[in-house]
Design a protein around this ligand. Structure first.
Ligand code: FES
Length: 109
């Protein structure tokens, strides 16, 4: 197991950096760290869209492409979808994502 750094920028502009284990999802790491902006109501079953994040443009292309079911759920986010919108439960943390930076929406509801 490797630990990587994740930078989560809140809607108020503050940034929190986490050290997270690889192999789990970005959503799981954020929830474990008590990040309130990630609600993750469905627990990662891809049916709530309350784990919405905006990937930093510099990182977006380094994430695996969203599958069709993730793209469909991205149409149901509370905050308006942006070009780099992703669902955090669908991003598995791997060593290559060390330093990943995402922005959190102001609301998930
Ligand atoms: S946690 Fe529900 S869609 Fe990601």
């Amino acid at each position: 197991m490797t630990r990587i750094a994740l930078h989560l920028e809140s809607a108020d502009g503050s940034t929190r950096t986490l050290q997270a284990a690889t192999g789990r999802s970005l959503m799981q790491a954020a929830v474990a760290a008590g990040i309130d902006a990630i609600a993750a109501d469905c627990g990662g079953c891809l049916n709530c869209a309350t784990c919405h994040v905006f990937a930093d443009p510099a990182w977006a292309a380094q994430l695996p492409p969203a599958a069709a079911d993730e793209l469909a759920m991205l149409g149901m986010t509370a905050a308006p979808r942006e070009a780099t919108s992703r669902l955090a439960c669908q991003i598995t943390l791997v060593p290559g994502l060390d330093g990943l930076r995402v922005r959190l929406p102001a609301t998930q509801y």
